[in-house]
Design a protein around this ligand. Structure first.
Ligand code: CP
Length: 317
């Protein structure tokens, strides 16, 4: 594997292998072991054209814990504001030496353009592109589910038979798309839940069932309820006319959480709109994995950088 652009590109064996490498990385990610020398001499460029807290910081932490050098680039305050193109920006940073480029961009497909163009000779990792995909978020979500379900016996396992309801703004969610492909590759059953205005016009070919009824989805007792952020910045009033009505029909509130089986997990990729798609009670409940997801993000990003840059990725591809 030279690039990580979409979870659609991952086979089941490859996905399980990345989760297993993340298990191996966990002691370093959690700082029980200080650092590994594995990527000494390699340079990772974080190329962020959209805002991020978790993804950018955890890629930086992951690269540093593997002893790589890190260059952080944020479009804000850069020559992008003077009109510099993606090609010129990427080539400028690559000229300073880049073995991997971690890119977040508002345009769906920008990471694939960078990977296919030949403009730069570096492994490309998609850190979120428009409404398309966010593969490392899906990998850390799968890792979190596997760890909660199987604990120290997780290694080598997929997610066969696990039921996952993904709820909310499916239309604009790259997290939903990456999870949909990865979770189904790993054997989970996925249900998409949301208002008609926030569901794609067609989900033909998607490995998921679709419902507008959150209460029915909750009462089915899924293993996982994955709440999505309402992406107000990508929508107009036509999509989302009334916050109170949205919250009443599609928000995970304390009463709905109480109806879930005790072992059900409540997930959210963050950042959360507390009181809109998720109540504080749900976000902070014992079922919530929100902070575990953030912590596991470091292990997964270490695994992805290792897989791409250590040479083992090429050997497996
Ligand atoms: N989940 C996620 O991608 O969060 P950030 O936007 O903070 O990176």
């Amino acid at each position: 594997m030279r690039h990580l652009l979409s979870t659609k590109d991952l086979s089941r064996d490859e996905a399980v292998a990345i989760l297993d490498i993340a298990e191996d990385m966990a002691d370093v990610a959690n700082r029980e072991v200080k650092k590994l020398p594995t990527l000494r001499g390699k340079t990772v460029v974080n190329l962020f054209f959209e805002d991020s807290t978790r993804t950018r910081v955890s890629f930086e932490v992951a690269a540093k814990r593997l002893s790589a050098d890190v260059i952080n680039f944020s479009a804000k305050g850069s020559s992008v504001s003077k009109g510099e193109s993606l090609k010129d920006t990427a080539q400028t940073l690559a000229a300073m030496g880049a073995d991997a480029v971690v890119i977040r961009h508002g345009a769906s497909g920008a990471p694939r353009v960078l990977a296919d163009s030949g403009w730069i000779d570096a492994g490309i990792v998609n850190a979120g592109d428009g409404t398309h995909e966010h593969p490392t978020q899906a990998l850390l979500d799968a890792f979190t589910i596997r760890k909660r379900l199987h604990g120290s016996a997780s290694r080598g396992r997929a997610l066969d038979g696990v039921t996952v309801a993904i709820v909310g703004d499916i239309l604009h969610s790259r997290v939903a798309r990456s999870n949909l492909w990865l979770l189904s590759t790993l054997g989970a059953s996925v249900q998409l839940v949301g208002p008609a205005t926030l569901l794609p016009v067609s989900t033909e070919g998607w490995p998921a069932t679709v419902t507008l009824d959150l209460d029915a989805a909750v009462d089915a007792g899924p293993d996982v309820v994955m709440m999505l952020r309402i992406q107000a910045e990508r929508m107009t009033a036509a999509f989302f006319p009334n916050a109170r009505e949205y919250s009443r029909q599609w928000g995970l509130d304390d009463e709905r959480v109480a109806r879930l089986p005790a072992a059900s997990m409540v997930m959210h990729p963050g950042p959360m709109n507390r009181g809109l798609e998720i109540s504080s009670g749900a976000a902070d409940s014992e079922r919530s994995t929100v902070l575990e997801q953030v912590a596991n993000g470091v292990s997964i990003r270490m695994a992805v950088l290792y897989h791409l840059l250590s040479g083992t990725g090429e050997a497996r591809a």
